[in-house]
Design a protein around this ligand. Sequence first.
Ligand code: AMP
Ligand code: ZN
Length: 113
Amino acid sequence: MDCIFCKIIKGEIPSTKVYEDESMYAFRDINPEAPVHVLVIPKEHIESMDKITPENSAVVAKIFEKIPAIAAEAGVTNGYRVISNCGPDAGQTVFHLHFHILGGETLPAHLLG
Ligand code: AMP
Ligand code: ZN
């Protein structure tokens, strides 16, 4: 399977790691849209939010339990936003489930604020 984020997990494509454990990997977005822009991904390949099931959702809970610590580790001190784009209208470009953590400045209020 030709998945760029699976390759990042395997170390075949370089990334700037923020956090890693047995079930997830967090790294800096290559094209940051805020001073802090981190992606958190499950090590298991799940295509998108649409593919979360009772069988694979435990990792999603683990990711959300860890996001505050990952955000702090990445340098957030004054709040952050978590986004997951799912499908064409949301502009999903990488089809391996990922959660954007954005912070480090007052974020624009349109759409999500
Ligand atoms: P999305 O548009 O929600 O699917 O987000 C995909 C994100 O992955 C974008 O913000 C990209 O900048 C980011 N991205 C793509 N390739 C890499 C890479 N090699 N390392 C880090 N981030 C990447
Ligand atoms: Zn993948």
